[in-house]
Every structure is written in structure tokens, then in C-alpha cells.
Design a protein. Structure first.
Length: 654
């Protein structure tokens, strides 16, 4: 990611220097020379960064050097962002009073920040100090024997999609038929009141449990056999109320609008609603990705499931055999690794899907060797297929086969190495967009438009130069990730595209961003509101347990760029005005704030401190009545989400 960050900074510096804007502020004598020196230093190391980022996996000194470079570069990016705002102020300060609304808005906004000579001097001094530290880091590059490597370009978009249809998943026909047989076979022993049979599919992450369950769930014989079918993703953080709500939504059927009042219903009421919906019906319930090993977690749900008609079935997918036992499974199916030949077939279908048989045979010898490295995991085969699709000739495939990354020693190397190969093959800006997926929790349904907006807010799409809309560039990045099979479960909701990322891919994004991204869980067993965090922390996800509060203070949060909160709606969690004020006073570099379901009646005036803020999501904030004027003095704000804020009346647009 350092490569993309350095490129962005160079673009900003070039804009500032060659627009001649520095001459407008005489008090900043010397800053122009500092920026020229900074540009020279960063230009000299940019070509080495691709090699450095790949070597850091197994070379700790290179990793430490990159970490220092990235930390100082992020600080410089923040300083330059503030500086660009100062320049904007200088240009609009003398504008006529009858100027455009945008000019008047910018003038008012910047006055509230008091850009007087002292502030100018502070920015200049900050740039000079960071430049000095970056100069030392640049001088050390000779110590690491780095070589210049070409910067990755976006691959040619020959096809809009590259992921294989789940219905054509290879190598699982026998297991699929076995599961369907258990689902459809009814014995004379089944009668009213007898336990509902549960079939569990067990296997490691990436083995294809969910894909197999989807094949079974959508089989025509299965559809005709059951009166109703429900698919529910349980995930690793078990919440009985959340699962119950998901089942109710599934029972409603497609096209039905979710009842927002369920968010406030107690668990007993939710279970009663399920009982009424499935009572006397032969149903199929899929519980995908179950992790919890506590019997009591499913007590209420299990009792409810017995209301179905004889012949009803529950299909469970899990990584743990203990889960299959506590679910009382009548049949447990161990999903084994695929053969080398099947993995090669998956790779071939993606990488050579448009090639003739003769070409496929030419690639087969090296393809089979690469297939061995899949360790029988279809997810890895799909990922490698997406990577190899953009490699030219057999030599390109052999370069992947002989990559140094295969020899790295990390806990998840059998899975992460192929993902790393695809990751490092991406253009550096696209890598930034991918790693930002770590800010979202597992199994969240992600909107392509929202992901693009969030990446734009973080500056990952570059600076708007007027040549092409940044949203268009963001969609190209999204398509690039899609082509490498990083996304799955696509749904077209007419106006927007949504998808998910596999939990293993999510784990990979978290692995790449450790220390920079972090999740803070506020629970009854962990109520300390003064959480100490790494000083390198830039992005924070906060999940708040039912009835608890957002932390009142977070140490070392001054460099945070993102705060995303979960739990305000589903868990009746809250954030106090004091906590909000503390956050806005301390984390002044925030570019993105997402507090869906915020319960306050207004936003504190301290939001005026968020000079860099680009993205604010306050959707479904039912108690929100007015917005402060300070919010509309934030010139950099690009995205403001206020959907389902039904009580919002006071909106000072000017």
C-alpha cells in the first residue's frame, strides 16, 4: 500500500507546486523548497516499493522500514490535505459577496477554522519536520538491496465477470447427492413431535461448504419437496436475536420489506413469530457458518424448530465437529479436500475459459503443479485462476509457480500464499481498496457504491483532476477485485449491486492490516471505556453489545481516519454526547464516520474540528432532529447519509 500512498502524495505535491499557489502566502517562505525535496525523495524510492512490499513478508528489517515510511507518509498526506484547504481559503477570501454559494460556503467554513498566520506557520513547520524524517527514511533504502520493479497496471477488462457459477462447482456431485438423499428421505419413525433431523457439513475454511450448501438449497427436487426454505448465515459472533430476525426475514420470502419494528422486539416475541410461520409446514432451514459451541445458545431456537411438520430438515455448515454434535446431527458429512485434477479443472475454467482444447493442454503441466499448491481448497483454486487469467504465456504461469511467496512461513500459509500472490499482482491503488474491506464485519452485505464512496473518502481513488469521475475509477477498481474472485454472492438490486466477501478473504484482509485496522468490542465482560490502542491505528470498528455505550474515551486516537460503529440498532446501544464530543475533539483527522442508528437528537458542534471529513453516515437515526450548522461548514464533506431519519426537521443547508 505504500506505493499507492507515495503516488498520491506526489500527485498532491505536484498540484501545489505547479499551481503557483505557494507564492500567495509569503509567510511560508521555504516550504516550496521542502516540498521539492520531498518530491525528489519519494520519487527515488517509489520504484523500489513493489519489491519492498513483497519482501517484507519474510524480511523483518524491510517490513520495519516500510512501516516507518508509511507512517510518515500518512502524516504528510494529512498535512498536505490541510494545506490544500488553506490554499482554497486564500483564493476565495477576496471573492465578491455576491459570488457563488460554493464560494460563500467555503469562506464561512474556513473562517470557523481561523486560518491566521500562526496556523500557517504551524502547517509549514509540520511539513518541514515530516520531510526531515522522510529524508532519513529515503536515505536508508540502499541498506535493503531493493530492485526497481514495474508498477502494476489495471488489467484489460475483457469480461465483466470471472467468478464461476456456484451451480457448476466441480468435484462435489457425490456429496451433493448424499446430502439431498438425507433431506428428501422420510422414514416411518418421523411423526408429529419427533426431533427435526439435522445434517451437518464440516470442513476447514475455503473448502467449499457454503457453495455446496447453495447447490443443495437451489436444487429443483429440494425446492419442490419443502413448503418453505430459509437461508441464514450465523457467523462467528453468535447472536440468537439476530439469527431469529434473519429467519423471519427469510420466511417472508423475496421482495418483502423487512419490518423495522422487529429490531426492538424481545427474543420471545421473535421466536413466537417463527413458530407461527413454520407451524405445520415442512421446511428446510440452512444455518450457514455456525461457530458457537454452547448448547444454551440454540435452546430457544431448537424448541421453536420443532413446530415444523414431519420431514422438516436443518442443514448446518461449520468448521467444527463439536458444533455438529451440539446441534444433534443425525448425519455429519466431512467435506474433504479436492483432488489435484479437480483443482486444475477449476483453475482452467477461470484462467483459460475462452481458450481452445489445444491451448489448455499446453498449459496443463505447469497448471497441475500450481494446482498442487491449492491444498485441495476450491477457494484457493478460484483465487489462483483469477490471478493466472491475466498472465501472458506459460512463462507467466511459471513465474507464479516459482514465486518466493510460496516459501513464507505464517500460520495460514496454505491459504494466504495464493491470496498474497493475487494481492501483490494488483495495482497498488486497488490493493488499498481491498484492504479497506477489513473495516467491515464478516458476512456483511456490501454495496459496491458504498465501498467506492468509502474508498474515495480515504483518498484511495486519487485526486479529482477533472479528467474522469472518481466514481468511475472506483468502479474499475471494484471490477478488478471482482475479476480476481475476491467477492461472492452477488445480488443485483436493480439500482445497486451488493455482494459479500468470503470469511477467509476477510481474514486475509485483517491479516494484511494488523496494527492499522482494529475492532474494539464493548461487552459486559470488557467495559473499560479508556481502551489503549496502537499509535499506528488509523481505522477503528466498534461493536457495542446490547444495552452498553460507545467508549467515552479512546487513547491514542488522534490519527484515526475511520470510525465505524455497529450495534446501535440491533443491540439498543447508545453513544453519549460526551463520548461524541471527546471523539471529535481528539480524532481530528477523521475522514469517515459511520454511526448507523445513532440515538442522539443532534450532532455536537465539535464536528467542526473534522477538517478532513469526507463521509458521514447517520442513517436510521430515529431520534435525530436537527443538524448543526458546523456540519455544513465542512468543505471536504462528500457523502452524507440520512436515510430513515424520520424525525429530522432542522437541516441548515446554508
Amino acid at each position: 500500500m505504500a506505493e499507492a500512498l507515495v503516488s498520491t502524495i506526489l500527485q498532491q505535491i505536484t498540484t501545489i507546486i505547479y499551481e503557483g499557489a505557494l507564492e500567495e502566502v509569503r509567510l511560508l517562505w521555504g516550504v516550496k523548497e521542502d516540498l521539492r525535496n520531498l518530491k525528489n525523495n519519494l520519487t527515488s524510492i517509489r520504484a523500489l516499493l513493489k519489491d519492498a512490499e513483497e519482501k517484507q513478508i519474510s524480511d523483518e528489517p524491510v517490513k520495519l522500514w516500510l512501516d516507518r515510511l508509511k507512517e510518515e507518509s500518512l502524516d504528510m498526506e494529512d498535512a498536505l490535505d490541510e494545506w490544500r484547504t488553506v490554499l482554497l481559503y486564500r483564493r476565495t477570501d477576496g471573492a465578491e459577496e455576491n459570488g457563488s454559494f460554493l464560494q460563500r460556503k467555503v469562506r464561512v467554513f474556513l473562517r470557523c477554522f481561523s486560518f491566521h498566520p500562526v496556523r500557517y506557520h504551524g502547517i509549514a513547520r509540520n511539513i518541514k519536520e515530516i520531510n526531515g524524517r522522510l529524508h532519513k527514511i529515503a536515505a536508508e533504502k540502499a541498506n535493503y538491496q531493493l530492485t526497481s520493479m514495474p508498477i502494476s497496471k489495471l488489467p484489460r477488462q475483457a469480461e465483466s465477470k470471472s467468478f464461476i457459477d456456484e451451480s457448476s462447482l466441480l468435484g462435489r456431485d457425490d456429496v451433493k447427492n448424499e446430502i439431498i438423499s438425507h433431506l428428501l428421505c422420510e422414514t416411518s419413525k418421523e411423526e408429529e413431535g419427533s426431533p427435526i433431523q439435522t445434517i451437518s457439513v464440516v470442513g476447514i475454511g475455503g473448502i467449499g461448504k457454503t457453495a455446496l450448501a447453495q447447490l443443495v438449497y437451489n436444487d429443483e427436487n429440494v425446492k419442490q419437496h419443502f413448503t418453505c426454505r430459509v437461508w441464514t448465515c450465523v457467523s462467528d459472533i453468535f447472536n440468537e436475536s439476530k439469527v431469529a430476525k434473519a429467519i423471519i426475514v427469510g420466511l417472508q420470502g423475496p421482495g418483502k420489506q423487512a419490518n423495522i419494528e422487529w429490531e426492538s422486539l424481545p427474543l420471545d416475541a421473535l421466536l413466537n413469530e417463527i413458530s407461527k410461520s413454520i407451524g405445520g409446514k415442512k421446511y428446510l432451514l440452512v444455518l450457514d457458518d455456525v461457530w458457537t459451541e454452547k448448547d444454551r445458545d440454540f435452546e430457544g431456537l431448537n424448541a421453536t424448530f420443532e413446530c415444523g411438520a414431519p420431514g422438516s430438515r436443518i442443514l448446518v455448515t461449520t468448521r467444527k465437529h463439536t458444533v455438529a454434535k451440539i446441534m444433534g446431527s443425525s448425519h455429519t458429512i466431512q467435506l474433504n479436500n479436492l483432488s489435484r485434477e479437480i483443482c486444475w479443472s477449476i483453475i482452467r475454467n477461470i484462467a483459460l475459459r475462452e481458450k481452445d482444447q489445444r491451448t489448455c493442454e499446453e498449459f496443463k503441466p505447469v497448471g497441475l503443479k500450481i494446482a498442487e499448491k491449492c491444498k485441495g481448497l476450491p477457494l484457493v483454486a478460484k483465487t489462483l485462476g483469477g490471478l493466472l487469467r491475466f498472465k501472458t504465456g506459460i512463462q507467466g504461469w511459471e513465474n507464479v509457480l516459482n514465486s518466493e511467496l510460496w516459501r513464507m512461513e505464517i500460520v495460514h500459509k496454505d491459504v494466504f500464499v495464493p491470496l498474497l500472490l493475487s494481492y501483490y499482482d494488483l495495482p497498488s491503488p486497488v490493493r488499498q481498496c481491498f484492504t479497506y474491506l477489513a473495516i467491515h464485519p464478516k458476512d456483511e452485505l456490501l454495496s459496491a457504491c458504498v465501498m467506492i464512496s468509502q474508498c474515495r473518502a480515504q483518498g484511495y481513488l486519487g485526486i479529482d483532476d477533472g479528467d474522469s469521475p472518481l466514481e468511475l475509477k472506483g468502479f474499475e477498481y471494484f471490477q478488478c477485485l471482482e475479476a480476481r474472485c475476491f467477492f461472492q454472492d452477488f445480488e443485483d438490486h436493480s439500482e445497486y449491486l451488493v455482494c459479500k466477501i468470503h470469511d477467509l478473504v476477510h481474514d486475509f484482509a485483517v491479516f494484511l492490516t494488523r496494527g492499522e485496522f482494529m475492532t474494539l468490542e464493548v461487552s459486559k465482560g470488557n467495559r473499560d471505556s479508556t481502551m489503549n490502542r496502537e499509535r499506528t491505528l488509523r481505522h477503528l470498528t466498534v461493536t457495542v453489545e446490547k444495552g452498553l455505550y460507545f467508549p467515552e474515551f479512546i487513547h491514542d486516537a488522534e490519527k484515526l481516519r475511520s470510525v465505524v460503529c455497529y450495534g446501535f440498532i440491533a443491540n439498543d446501544a447508545t453513544i453519549s454526547e460526551k463520548a461524541m464530543c471527546n471523539l471529535f475533539n481528539q480524532a481530528r483527522r477523521l475522514r469517515l464516520v459511520e454511526m448507523v442508528g445513532y440515538d442522539g437528537s443532534t450532532i455536537p458542534e465539535e464536528i467542526r474540528n473534522l477538517l478532513h471529513l469526507r463521509y458521514l453516515n447517520l442513517a436510521v437515526s430515529r431520534n435525530l432532529k436537527k443538524l448543526p450548522k458546523a456540519l455544513f461548514r465542512l468543505y471536504n464533506l462528500q457523502h452524507l447519509f440520512l436515510s430513515h431519519c424520520y424525525n429530522l426537521k432542522d437541516c441548515p443547508v446554508r
